[in-house]
Ligand binder design. Structure first.
Ligand code: 5GP
Length: 185
């Protein structure tokens, strides 16, 4: 855990307020992992994490699964060092696996505008997988503009900037065990 001095050197005068506790996250992950294990029994899905934000969520999900699976990662550009979206998505690192004919489970940290997820859906569909499912830890329904179903949503949240449990503020704070809102007052 970060000490107060390190924390204030990162966030300055801003406030961190706990939104979703470590225990709530753990509990929800057990439920999601149980559903995935049930849905994919007898199959070997490739679980693809979207870097960087999903690394803890993916690690916790796979450790709860009781089926066989493979893991891969993809990296796309998101907000850079700003807290608002730039409106364009770029592929920074592609997956290594051949996903044609495979069952794909995409693990996102957060769906905000939905731009990233739309981009990723197209990237994966172009490779003709057998199936494609979407899991996100967090979803901002007020800002999200996607016209397809997200199979598993950890938590619906408001239109606020959140950090911790994989989510960053200027590339920092990803290791905080809970999810916090970061505000100016
Ligand atoms: P979208 O393309 O859906 O607008 O944004 C998705 C990406 O933006 C996420 O994968 C995440 O990296 C970043 N993002 C969106 N909202 C937040 C937020 O509240 N906090 C942080 N740390 N990143 C966010």
């Amino acid at each position: 855990m970060l000490n107060d001095e390190v924390l204030s050197s990162i966030i300055g005068e801003q406030q961190l307020t706990e939104l979703i506790s470590e225990q709530e996250i753990k509990k929800r992950i057990v439920d999601i992992a149980r559903d995935i294990s049930d849905n994919y029994k007898g199959r070997i899905p490739i679980i693809i994490g979207v870097l960087n934000g999903s690394f803890l969520f993916l690690a916790d999900i796979v450790r709860e699964l009781d089926i066989e699976y493979e893991v891969d990662f993809i990296k796309i550009s998101s907000y850079g060092n700003s807290t608002t979206t730039s409106g364009t998505v770029r592929l920074l690192k592609d997956i290594s696996a051949d996903i044609t004919g495979r069952d794909i489970i995409l693990i996102e940290d957060i769906v905000d505008t939905g731009l990233s997820l739309n981009f990723l859906k197209k990237r994966f569909e172009d490779a003709s997988p057998n199936s494609l499912a979407f899991v996100t830890l967090l979803h901002k329904p007020h800002t999200s503009k996607i016209d397809f179903n997200i199979d598993h949503i950890g938590f619906e949240i408001g239109d606020e900037f959140v950090v911790g449990y994989g989510l960053d503020y200027k590339q920092k704070l990803r290791g905080l065990p809970s999810i916090y809102t970061l505000t100016k007052d």
